[in-house]
Design a protein around this ligand. Structure first.
Ligand code: FEO
Length: 170
C-alpha cells in the first residue's frame, strides 16, 4: 500500500506530466503558426511522451491499489519571442520536473518504499535524457544565431524526430 503522503505526491506528478504535455502542445501550436513544422513535430512528439509519463504514474498508482485523482491543469504559455526562448522555457520546465522526481525518490527512501523507489529510477534516467535533448536544440539555436538558413536546416532536422516506440522499431 502506498502511504497517503506518497499517493498525494504521485498524483501531483501525474498533474505535472499532463501539464508538461499541455505546455509542449502549446509550443507545437506556436511553431505551427510560425511555419516551423519540424520544430512543431518535435514538440508534438514531446507532448506525446509526457502523456506517456503521466500514464506510467497513473498505472503505477493503480497497481499499488491507490486512487488516481486528476486535477485541473493551468493554462499553458502560448507566445514566445523566438524558438530559442521557447526551448529555454522547455529546459526550465524539465529542470523543475527533475527536481520533482528527485523529491519523490527522497520520499520513497524516507518511507522505505522500495517498490516506488524502483519504479522511479526509470524517471531519474529519463530526466537526464529529457534535459539533454532540449539542451542540444538550445545549443544548435545559439550556434545558428540570426541565420534563417540555419533555422531552415534545423527545422528540417527536427522534422525527423519520431515517437520513441517507432524510433526503436526501426
Ligand atoms: Fe516527463 Fe519531460 O518530463
Amino acid at each position: 500500500m502506498l502511504s497517503d503522503r506518497m499517493k498525494t505526491a504521485l498524483n501531483d506528478q501525474i498533474n505535472m506530466e499532463f501539464g508538461a504535455s499541455f505546455q509542449y502542445l502549446a509550443m507545437a501550436a506556436y511553431f505551427e503558426a510560425e511555419n516551423l513544422l519540424g520544430f512543431a513535430n518535435w514538440m508534438h512528439v514531446q507532448a506525446e511522451e509526457e502523456n506517456g509519463h503521466a500514464m506510467k504514474f497513473y498505472h503505477y498508482i493503480n497497481s499499488r491499489r491507490g486512487r488516481v485523482t486528476l486535477k485541473a491543469l493551468s493554462a499553458p504559455k502560448t507566445e514566445w519571442s523566438s524558438p530559442l526562448e521557447a526551448f529555454q522555457d522547455a529546459l526550465k520546465h524539465e529542470q523543475k520536473v527533475t527536481a520533482s522526481i528527485n523529491n519523490l525518490v527522497n520520499l520513497a527512501i524516507q518511507e522505505s518504499d522500495h517498490a516506488t523507489n524502483s519504479f522511479l529510477q526509470w524517471f531519474v534516467d529519463e530526466q537526464v535524457e529529457e534535459e539533454a535533448s532540449v539542451d542540444a536544440v538550445i545549443q544548435d539555436l545559439k550556434r545558428i544565431g540570426d541565420s534563417s538558413q540555419g533555422l531552415f536546416m534545423l527545422d528540417r532536422e527536427l522534422a525527423g524526430r519520431q515517437p520513441e516506440a517507432e524510433a526503436e522499431a526501426e
